[in-house]
Design a protein around this ligand. Structure first.
Ligand code: EPU
Length: 332
């Protein structure tokens, strides 16, 4: 177990914000974590994963927890499926690579998403028509209040688009220890989204080629956080009702959209680009020039600069379209 006071979080958030935690604890086992729980009482606690969906707006005056529990265990295997339990600290894309290599299908569309497996289950990561909730059977957690293990079934996780109970009603109450998933030995390609089919042209339809095509698309559009600080999509795509959608469609016949439960999802990246922000900077923060949904740190940006830019973008999108967009990134 690693414990450090006045710990720099610069390498624990992909925006590269230089801030400090009063205390940082990295635990190697459930027992380690149980041991520190009594000390957490009355203090602010933040459990992080890979830090790829976080914006620290200042020093964190409490305890930042991080898991080092890794491992991929096979719990059950048949000719058709495999059930695996994955440690929360397992790097998500390493898991995808391992699954594809073993012929375990279902998460190849989630290739190259930054972050760790525990956070993937909290955030319900999604891309190219797949969400992690589609393969999750259960999430094994530890209560940060009483130190007891609790398993959440998929239904108990309350999954929705980029949402779960761990982000809402139970926020901050449980640490994810591991995630149990069922993957399939049959490959059912999910290549209906956007330009995937096109990117696959000339390549055989295999999980490994789908993974490669997605890696290629992401590399073209999304900045590498190791080079340019960012946290992927800064905003969630807004859902508007049918009336609003019809108004917008009339004015903007080329507007992309997806029909979803409860209305129509409009890509925030499109709204931001139309509002004139794609590629524009404000101080040392900028809207990415290849995907307007992403805000980048041009180098040494403060969290305040990033927040200021995001607020300007929100305001301009609202005045142009009357649509309110909200951050996907967690502000701390
Ligand atoms: N678009 C623009 N301009 C832009 C960006 C997008 O016009 O600058 C248009 C595109 O032309 C396309 C549509 O918007 O018609 C959708 O774009 P894209 O396929 O890039 O996806 P997105 O809706 O912008 C979402 C996820 C991404 C995920 C992609 C692919 C959210 C908040 N974001 O973005 O997730 O990779 O779909 O499935 O839902 C993330 O969460 O960090 C992330 C990158």
């Amino acid at each position: 177990m690693l414990r450090q006071h006045n710990y720099s979080l610069k390498n624990n958030n992909t925006f590269g914000i230089d801030c400090r935690a009063a205390e940082f604890i990295e635990y190697d086992s459930v027992e380690d974590l149980q041991r520190v729980i009594p000390e957490l009482k009355g203090r602010r606690v933040l459990h992080i994963g890979g830090g790829s969906n976080l914006l620290f707006t200042g020093d964190f005056p409490g305890v930042v927890l991080h898991s080092r529990i890794k491992g991929i265990d096979i719990l059950d295997e048949t000719d058709e499926t495999v059930v695996i339990r994955v440690g929360a600290a397992e790097v998500w894309d390493d898991l995808v690579a391992y699954a594809v290599k073993n012929g375990w299908n279902g998460i190849e569309n989630l290739s190259l998403i930054p972050g760790e497996t525990g956070a993937a289950a909290v955030q319900n990561i999604g891309a190219y028509g797949t969400e992690v909730k589609d393969v999750i059977l259960s999430v094994e957690t530890l209560s940060l209040e009483n130190g007891k293990m609790r398993t959440f079934s998929n239904a108990e996780c309350g999954y929705a688009y980029r949402q779960s109970v761990f982000k809402k009603s139970l926020k901050g109450q449980y640490a994810v220890i591991s995630v149990t998933m069922r993957l399939s030995k049959q490959f059912s390609p999910n290549v209906g989204y956007g330009n995937i089919r096109q990117a696959l042209e000339g390549r055989e339809l295999t999980a490994s080629n789908v993974r490669q095509a997605i890696i290629d698309i992401r590399n073209q559009k999304l900045p590498d956080p190791k080079v340019t600080g960012n946290a992927g999509s800064f905003f969630v795509n807004p859902v508007v009702d049918a009336d609003k959608f019809n108004d917008l469609r009339q004015q903007y016949p080329d507007m992309p959209y997806y029909e979803v439960e409860g209305g129509f999802k409009i890509p925030a990246g499109w709204l931001i680009e139309q509002a004139g922000w794609k590629g524009r900077a404000l101080g040392r923060a900028a809207v990415h020039d290849r995907q307007a949904l992403v805000i980048v740190n041009l180098g040494g940006a403060s969290a305040a600069e990033i927040v200021r830019l995001s607020e300007r973008v929100r305001k301009d999108v609202f005045s142009k379209f009357g649509v309110s967009i909200s951050p996907e990134v967690n502000f701390v």
